[in-house]
Design a protein around this ligand. Structure first.
Ligand code: BGC
Length: 454
């Protein structure tokens, strides 16, 4: 059975936030060259233009966790939509570099907030059986956004118009804002806010009559009206899910994904490729990222999260070891050059169907309702933090350890990620969010949180 058209539609609308995330983080690599020419940037200013979005996303996800619980998932997404539109236009019209940095920071804030509000909203409206592929639409949208950014950069590279590159984000932002007005509020949040009639009405819109009433009772049973605070987040019974959240964030980022997403042309150039070949191979990275995310969609709810994670991180490790091997030699043979591209493509493909898609999915599944917004925002913020650390330190680390050394380190982190996944990550395919919560309250270990209750 497929999810209903309406549920898929509202999932796709919320997932548009991912497209803005991918676009605004990806577009700067091509625009930077021209921004630098216009404003004569110093190294510090250059770093600030690139990283303002990451820093904004970290701050946005860390400090706005309570917002989704207080004003609701849908209203939060509406606010981020407005911010996306304003900040995209303002960035394109920047007259000084610090003004541009401020706009990129504001864009980062909306990316940070929507990066936990959107998957959260989708997981709370999706039926348990199809939750995997519906939440995964968010990651698919991120990959499409990154590819879209590469293409927009290419389209304006001749004219050198960085304002169009940066400003183009306003079109999906407007679409996001308008369409989000039409989605219903999360039924789980409505119940949490003691509005049972509205919650049931929404459920009846997105489920069959019978399924709606059953789900309504299930949510009611597991609900507690306790108002969550930061302190609650660190209580002992939540330790297993915090470990899972932090581990997924760590391994998604510290295995080196964004060194490839942001620096692919730089890496390829040091592997001896000419400019055009590097740009083409970079576009290849974008396309493979999208394709393998699409491939994973139907598999998530069929073969499950754990097998995909384990297979994915194995391939990611092999990709990194291949890159390390290539760079430990003088790269003067076609074989070594092909191995460089092959290693990169293998890494991206395997990331796309595993940690790329599953981290966001699990973030939206594992935390109990009463603390879901806040807890998810913490894990998402940690993900942004690790992203910042790697993006900042990659070039200095290359200077210190050399390419071969740094890819070897990433490969070893993949090995640790495999061990972590094998012993800690539960299988959450087909279990309801409430079943996961019941296990947590009983004090089950991480790995057992996804068992079905009969
Ligand atoms: C990650 C981003 C990354 C993107 C690549 C996302 O899941 O969080 O940091 O750039 O995947 O597709």
């Amino acid at each position: 059975m497929r999810p209903s058209l309406f549920v898929t539609f509202i999932g796709a609308i919320a997932a548009l936030a991912g497209l803005l995330f991918g676009f605004d983080t990806g577009v700067i690599s091509g625009a930077l060259l021209f921004i630098q020419q216009e404003f004569q940037l110093t190294d510090v200013e250059k770093g600030a233009v690139v990283s303002a979005v990451l820093f904004g996303a970290f701050i946005g996800s860390l400090f706005c966790g309570k917002m989704t619980d207080a004003i609701g998932r849908k209203n939060t997404l509406l606010i981020t939509g407005v911010l996306f539109v304003i900040a995209s236009i303002a960035a394109a019209l920047s007259t000084t570099v610090w003004y541009l940095i401020l706009c990129r920071f504001l864009l980062g804030i909306s990316i940070g907030i929507s990066s936990f509000a959107a998957p959260l909203y989708i997981s709370e409206t999706a039926p348990a059986k199809h939750r995997g592929k519906l939440v995964a639409l968010f990651q698919l949208a991120i990959t499409v956004g990154i590819l879209f950014a590469y293409l927009i950069d290419l389209a304006f590279v001749q004219s050198g118009s960085w304002r169009w590159m940066v400003g183009f984000g306003v079109f999906p932002a407007i679409l996001f804002f308008i369409t989000i007005c039409f989605v219903p509020k999360s039924p789980r949040w409505l119940l949490f806010k003691k509005r049972p009639e509205q919650a049931l009405a929404v459920l009846k819109k997105i489920r069959s009559h019978h399924a709606a009433e059953r789900e309504f009772e299930l949510i009611k049973e597991s609900l507690s009206f306790h108002k969550a605070s930061w302190r609650d987040l660190f209580k002992k019974w939540l330790l297993p899910v915090n470990i899972i959240g932090l581990g997924l964030a760590f391994f998604q980022q510290i295995t080196g994904i964004n060194t490839i997403i942001y620096y692919a042309p730089t890496i390829l150039k040091s592997a001896g490729f000419a400019n055009t070949a590097s740009v083409l191979a970079t576009a290849g990275v974008g396309i493979i990222n999208v394709l393998f995310t699409i491939l994973a969609l139907p598999l998530l709810d069929k073969i499950g999260r754990r097998p995909l994670l384990l297979a994915g991180i194995t391939g990611m490790g092999l990709g990194q070891f291949a890159l390390s091997y290539v760079f430990s030699h003088p790269i003067d043979t076609p074989f070594l050059q092909s191995l460089a591209v092959g290693g990169m493509f293998l890494f991206i493909a395997c990331f796309a169907f595993s940690f790329g898609i599953i981290m966001w999915l699990m973030f939206s599944e594992i935390f109990p309702l009463e603390i879901r917004g806040l807890a998810m925002s913490l894990s998402v913020a940690m993900q942004w933090f690790f992203n910042m650390v790697i993006s900042f330190s990659f070039l200095p680390l290359i200077a210190r350890f050399g390419e071969s050394g740094i890819f070897l380190i990433f490969g070893c982190v993949c090995v640790c990620g495999w061990i972590f996944t094998y012993f800690i990550i539960p299988e959450t395919k087909h279990v309801s969010l409430e079943e996961i919560e019941t296990h947590l309250k009983k004090g089950e270990r991480c790995i057992n949180l996804g068992q079905k209750i009969r």
